[in-house]
Design a protein around this ligand. Sequence first.
Ligand SMILES: Nc1nc2c(ncn2[C@@H]2O[C@H](COP(=O)(O)OP(=O)(O)O)[C@@H](O)[C@H]2O)c(=O)[nH]1
Ligand SMILES: [Mg+2]
Length: 302
Amino acid sequence: MSDLFKKWRESLTKTRDVTFGKVASFFGATEIKPESWDQLEELLIQADIGPETTLALIDKCQVQVERLGYTRTEQLYDLLKTEMRGLLDQPLEPDLTHHPTVIMVAGVNGSGKTTSIAKLAARYKKMGKNVLLVAADTYRAAAIDQLEVWANRVDVPIITSQQNNDPGAITYDGIKSGISRGMDVVLVDTAGRLHTRYNLMEEIKKVYRVADKALPGAPHHSWIVLDTTTGQNALQQAQAFGKAVKLTGAILAKLDSSAKGGMAFAIKRQLGLPVLYAGLGEKLDDLQLFDRDSFVEGIFAR
Ligand SMILES: Nc1nc2c(ncn2[C@@H]2O[C@H](COP(=O)(O)OP(=O)(O)O)[C@@H](O)[C@H]2O)c(=O)[nH]1
Ligand SMILES: [Mg+2]
């Protein structure tokens, strides 16, 4: 077993123990009966896959079971895993060839934005990139301090301002500074906001417009950080953000402390967003490119 897969498996312990372990134990030397489908449906919904995605999965499996003439639930197990893998992405490292490549990171308060940015900074620095952090979360002084602490730890420069300064202005300055200092990657930490607050959602639109003014085409990537411990709720947040600004990917934070990792299966289908990275812990090197094989094996592995 590779170290990386071990890491995934370990991080998915809660999701496996609380939900997918039950799904796994449904399968065995038993016959597929009409009521088996209802049972499976209930288990998958309980596993936070969401009703819509669950029904789509069940439909696909039913078609295949018919076609292949399967009669036992253990035969259905592999089918289900294959269909589940098909709902997920196997992303490559995102394109970082713009100079600088501007990445905006959004999400609700506490979802894991700042921590994920620190991990991304460490990751890109390790790849040899010059990384600049921009603290555009100007609502809370603590948020600026928190990013500064991370910048010191990762040893990358940071652009900050006073609390309550205009987040658009700091984003503009940050990107301009990234250009003049010849940075490869500029990571912008935006203020956490409730997706239901109209004014704040208008403000984030403005921050995006300002980024494009500072560097036409920016942001090149716009990622939403989703707290996987909130399960299906996180999808509604992403939908609201997606209406305000153009998102290009999702980061799943806190998979290691969530029992609701099943929400990952609904993201591409329902939001049309690839899952790019997963937070598998609180340490700097705990952010990994999303890996669908490790994910599916990890949630079921006994
Ligand atoms: N276990 C775990 N904790 C995380 C992960 N990502 C973030 N956190 C924790 O979640 C909390 C909120 O994170 P923060 O980055 O401040 O969220 P923000 O408000 O969106 O910027 C902090 O205590 C982080 O340590 C993760 O992948 N795993
Ligand atoms: Mg933050």
